[in-house]
Design a protein around this ligand. Structure first.
Ligand SMILES: Cc1cc2nc3c(=O)[nH]c(=O)nc-3n(C[C@H](O)[C@H](O)[C@H](O)COP(=O)(O)OP(=O)(O)OC[C@H]3O[C@@H](n4cnc5c(N)ncnc54)[C@H](O)[C@@H]3O)c2cc1C
Ligand code: FES
Length: 498
């Protein structure tokens, strides 16, 4: 049985080197927790600065969202420029966009210098008017982008689309194969002497003093570190601060056979939720159908994506791969990168990347090592995790009302009358007196029973039938069928159900 997600992304055929679990206590200068693109990029930058770095990963390297992404490298994917300008002053928006633009340059430089073969290539991106798009939306977006310093060319026909559809061209964006890039970074980390442990889940972070952390692992081996970087996509060290300022969404991706010669471009549309499209080795990759974690929509997201693709593209063959993943949407659209908003002076976090996680991870690798070195960084204020969500109060209130509503699940009944009704390889919620249990029926008479109460802040987990996991609709924690957390903020296992 899979310990993590059930589906595999198109990238996962790349073999990455294997690392052992931790087997002894370790003393290090910086402990980086989480080996996705953030963890690897931050560890790389720290090691190049001469720091002694230890990297911990609870499963395999790249098994988080960085192995499930679609890897568009772009300075705009999800948020409208007009929304960005509504929430932030012009200078902030300009710096924010420039940070993402130069993150693509940084990746390109690393690819060249380190000779990483990861199919990196510069391509143009196109935003096109999706169904039900507001009148003049593209025109307004172009004007807003121009204010932010971006010149977008209008086109009458967006490439690849069946119908003649207007769009805006973003010149000189990029794409790569995320796991090949991470494999290259891993080789650099090994050459730089970084110590790496896989299958080593962090279960607690303590601070005996504000300047020293004790990182406890599931193997009862501890790491003492002067600095900690929590690069777990959703931070596992903070209970409230960040999780009330960002919302967890699931998103879905599929690939189709796409024979023939096609212009290699990135596409995304103006629908809400939006669709995102790219090409990789004769396959068309299409993503979208986002919804709040644990709040499953009507219908099958993969079928919906297939329907949308066949309506909009010609020459699309069989559906080949399908998978889902998670993104964290910050209330004011800018990620949270920097010092943890607590009293411990030595802990740093990187989260809230929305659909721009590749470039955000690289931005984190520029800001955090600089702060650890005790130096200022010009972007630190913009991405400061301490900033209030005040710039987008309405979104903040809406998302938190949604969270509050999820706690009414404490009062609802069972999904089924008896465990025998649960189909094999499926989970259901059952009421047990005042509390609720989540029951997974593996096969025959083999059942796994756990408390359905999320160990983060007591939400009731829901069954995710695509990934075969228990997902918490409050702040996006996810647990496998054994009750082990596979996605934060929860750090502890679901309790046994007696
Ligand atoms: C379908 C999809 C499409 C996307 N498309 C794009 C795109 O086109 N462009 C773009 O820029 N972004 C995109 N994103 C977003 C992007 O993939 C993510 O934001 C980014 O990969 C996050 O990287 P990360 O390193 O911060 O997190 P992750 O890659 O999730 O890495 C975090 C790691 O921490 C580990 N971990 C968690 N808890 C613990 C613990 N307790 N102890 C030890 N380790 C732990 C996890 O196992 C994981 O490996 C997409 C995401 C999805 C799901
Ligand atoms: S993720 Fe916060 S209560 Fe479950």
């Amino acid at each position: 049985m899979s310990m993590k997600d059930r589906t595999d992304s198109v990238w996962e055929t790349v073999g990455l080197p294997v690392f052992s679990e931790i087997r002894e206590d370790v003393r290090t200068e910086v402990c980086v927790i989480g080996a996705g693109l953030s963890g690897l990029s931050i560890a790389y930058e720290l090691a190049r600065r001469g720091k002694k770095v230890t990297l911990l990963e609870s499963f395999r390297i790249g098994s988080g969202q960085s192995g499930r992404t679609t890897a568009h490298l772009s300075c705009q994917l999800e948020e409208e420029f007009s929304d960005l300008l509504r929430m932030h002053d012009l200078s902030t928006v300009r710096k924010f966009l420039e940070a993402h633009r130069s993150a693509i340059d940084i990746i390109e430089n690393i690819v060249e210098q380190e000779e990483i073969h990861c199919d990196f290539r510069r391509v143009d991106g196109y935003l096109f008017a999706g169904e039900g798009s507001r009148e003049n939306l593209l025109l307004k977006e172009r004007e807003a982008a121009m204010k932010c310093g971006l010149i977008l060319d209008p086109v009458l026909k967006t490439p690849l689309l069946k119908e003649k559809t207007a769009g805006l061209r973003f010149a000189n964006q990029a794409q790569f194969h995320p796991l090949k890039y991470m494999k290259g970074l891993l080789q650099c980390l090994q050459d730089l002497g970084v110590t790496i442990y896989e299958n080593t889940r962090v279960t607690e972070i303590e601070n005996p003093t504000p300047d020293l952390s004790l990182i406890r692992t599931e193997h009862k081996k501890d790491i003492q570190a002067d600095f900690v970087v929590v690069a777990t996509d959703s931070p596992i060290n903070t209970r409230f601060h960040i999780h009330t300022k960002q919302a967890a969404y699931r998103t879905y991706a599929v690939t189709f056979d796409y024979p023939g010669e096609h212009e290699n471009v990135l596409l995304w549309d103006t629908e809400d939720p939006y669709h995102y499209v790219r090409i990789h080795e004769g396959k068309l990759i299409v993503g979208g159908e986002d919804h709040r974690v644990g709040q499953n929509p009507e219908g099958n997201p993969f079928e919906n994506l297939e329907h949308w693709t066949r309506k909009n593209f010609e020459g699309v063959g069989l559906m080949l791969d399908k998978w889902s993943g998670q993104v964290f949407e910050p209330a004011d659209t800018i990620g949270y990168i920097g010092k943890n908003p607590g009293t411990d002076r030595n802990i740093y976090i990187a989260t809230g990347y929305s659909g721009s996680g590749m470039t955000s991870a690289v931005i984190a690798s520029q800001i955090i090592p600089q702060l650890i070195d005790g130096r200022a960084h010009p972007l630190a204020d913009i991405f400061d995790p301490k900033r209030p969500p005040i710039r987008n109060m309405s979104e903040f209130v809406k998302e938190n009302m949604n969270v509050a509503f999820q706690y009414t699940d404490w009062l609802t009944g069972s999904d089924v009358k008896s465990e025998e009704e649960i189909p094999e390889d499926t989970g259901c919620l059952m009421r047990h007196g005042l509390t609720k249990a989540c029951v997974y029926h593996e096969h025959g008479d083999s059942f796994e029973r756990k408390s359905a109460v999320c160990t983060h802040l007591g939400g009731i987990v829901h069954w995710n039938d695509i990934e075969k996991t228990w997902d918490c609709p409050a702040h996006g924690s996810r647990f496998n069928t054994h009750g082990t957390p596979i996605e934060g903020p929860a750090i502890s296992e679901l309790s046994p159900e007696h």
